[in-house]
Write a protein that binds this ligand. Structure first.
Ligand SMILES: [Fe+2]
Ligand SMILES: [Fe+2]
Length: 219
């Protein structure tokens, strides 16, 4: 099922890239994403799925395709700061040290600064800077309770993709049912209404791929 989502995400990326061909922000975004893809395939795949989920959540929640398309671009670029993390940490399958953890945490701020330098819009910057924040203030880099729409879409999209895709240190991906359970159990960190929107989207999307709504076991 993950392959299907990656294919759909890539397909939407191609469609939007050709729709916005010669649009400066999209062209800059594509160039940056290509660098990320060459550097770390895993992070690129994670980012395109974040983009796909953020696109659909934004359209469902706000009701504007244009905002969804902006969220897609933001999702592609949200982890661009990881370009600054050395391979010994970025591609590591061992337990990382405290100092290395700090380098990982810094990817949010360095990504935000890079996107700002390159004159990306405030919506793209906001997605990047908030994607690891949590509603109860337990996130990073600022540990603030982020209540903007983008600041609530970004963490859910990021966590869904992070848990869905296999990682070096976690070869098996989690099922949608288990990811939704995780989000619901942690609804002090993630917006409950938006978790429900994610469930709605996954149910619709899966039924288009001939998977029963009962797959999720949660309604
Ligand atoms: Fe991140
Ligand atoms: Fe991410």
């Amino acid at each position: 099922m993950m392959e299907k989502m990656l294919i759909d995400s890539r397909f939407l990326f191609q469609r939007l890239a050709s729709k916005y061909k010669n649009q400066v922000e999209w062209e800059k975004g594509r160039a940056l994403f290509l660098s990320l893809e060459y550097r770390c395939q895993e992070t690129a795949e994670h980012s395109v799925v974040v983009a796909f989920i953020a696109y659909h959540l934004a359209i469902q929640i706000i009701g504007e395709t244009q905002t969804g398309e902006r969220m897609f671009l933001a999702g592609l670029l949200h982890d661009i700061g990881k370009l600054k993390i050395p391979d010994t940490i970025l591609k590591s399958d061992r337990i990382i040290t405290g100092e290395e953890h700090k380098t990982i945490v810094d990817h949010v701020q360095s990504g935000y600064e890079a996107l700002k330098k390159l004159d990306f819009g405030s919506d793209i910057l906001q997605f990047c800077i908030t994607h690891h924040e949590r509603l109860d203030g337990s996130g990073y880099p600022h540990g603030i309770s982020e209540k903007s729409i983008i600041g609530r879409i970004a963490p859910i999209s990021d966590v869904y993709s992070a848990l869905k895709l296999p990682r070096i240190y976690r070869p098996n991906s989690l099922s949608d049912e288990n990811i939704l359970k995780y989000l619901i159990e942690n609804n002090h960190q993630f917006e409950g209404d938006y978790i429900h929107e994610l469930l709605k989207f996954l149910t619709n999307w899966s039924s288009n791929h001939n998977i029963s709504e009962k797959t999720f076991g949660i309604v």
